[in-house]
Ligand binder design. Structure first.
Ligand code: C2E
Ligand code: CA
Ligand code: CA
Ligand code: CA
Length: 277
């Protein structure tokens, strides 16, 4: 499976570069960026709310242009998903994680890194073989890699279920990302193999505010608990929000209150300091 995936990626890149040789379209630029390996990863700490300990980080991709500027993922991920370039980008993200953190991950088996999967990864399951290959090569355990999948990945629900089942069998923790922003109910997700829900920032934003959605947040938390799922709260910015989540026994938090996404070296320092605090 691996060589075919690599071949496919090279083929897509080749076609796109060739098509855009004359006038560089955004897609052509992106394809060249993939070929030149211009993608790096920043790491945003994930904190256990009860203890304040850092348990890991979410890997967030950035496109570093030759002039050194960083492009935010929402500016190129949609185009990458449409064109299929997301697959080689995901592979570069995995390779970056290993280059940046393999030593730390081997030293500390309690450290976890969460990876964002695109719809194509969830549907095809291709990513699981890439991960298995890279992780075993670097002697990192599958349990140290959390996989974040959004509802957009569940268009083909049977294929998604098969991938998520296999992911858990291999030891990954499966996290449903951006929870609450899609159309489906928790009931729809109930049959899916998953370990945790990541509550979207838009719900965390409403904590302490008097709005229609602020009444939804506690229900999401309660339902997740009923289903015996762990909860990660995304976009925690204030102490008031953290306190609210702690009171409701939400396990993990992530957001500017704890740290912004950090370049690898800074994350390693953050993690080591957080442990001795
Ligand atoms: P996401 O998965 O919902 O990631 C969380 C986003 O919220 C990140 O934006 C993060 O920087 C931001 N964030 C976290 N805490 C706070 C906070 O307290 N306040 C505010 N205002 N923002 C906060 P980022 O890094 O720009 O990523 C945007 C989206 O791009 C991600 O949303 C994810 O859907 C996608 N993405 C990022 N990296 C990857 C990747 O490697 N692969 C794929 N397929 N998608 C990725
Ligand atoms: Ca995510
Ligand atoms: Ca998210
Ligand atoms: Ca989000």
């Amino acid at each position: 499976l691996l060589p075919i995936g690599a071949f496919m990626a090279a083929f897509i890149i080749g076609i796109v570069v060739w098509l855009s040789r004359k006038r560089l379209s955004p897609l052509g630029e992106l394809a060249i960026a993939v070929r030149n390996r211009e993608f790096i990863v920043h790491y945003q700490p994930i904190v256990e709310l009860a203890s304040g300990a850092c348990v890991g980080a979410e890997a967030l991709v950035r496109w570093r242009r030759p002039d050194g500027s960083l492009v935010r993922p929402d500016l190129f991920i949609p185009l990458a998903e449409e064109s299929g370039l997301i697959m080689p980008i995901t592979d570069q993200v995995i390779e970056a994680i290993i280059a940046d953190l393999a030593a730390l991950l081997r030293m500390d088996r309690n450290l976890h890194i969460a990876i964002n999967l695109c719809a194509g990864d969830v549907t095809s399951g291709r990513i699981l073989d890439v991960l298995q290959d890279r992780l075993s090569g670097a002697r990192i355990e599958a349990a140290q890699i959390w996989l974040e999948a959004t509802e957009r990945g569940f268009i083909d629900i049977d294929a998604a279920r098969a991938t998520l089942i296999q992911a858990r069998e291999r030891g990954h923790m499966v996290v449903i990302d951006d929870f609450g922003t899609g159309y489906s109910s928790l009931q729809y997700l109930e049959g899916l193999p998953m370990d945790a829900l990541k509550i979207d920032k838009s719900f965390i934003d409403t904590i302490g505010r008097d709005s229609a959605t602020s009444s939804v947040t506690p229900h999401i938390i309660e339902m997740a608990k009923t289903l015996d799922l762990r909860i990660v709260a995304e976009g925690v910015e204030t102490e008031e929000q953290a306190e609210y989540l702690r009171e409701r026994d939400v396990h993990f938090g992530q957001g500017w209150l704890f740290s912004k996404p950090l370049p690898a070296g800074e994350f390693i320092r953050y993690y080591q300091n957080a442990k001795t605090r």
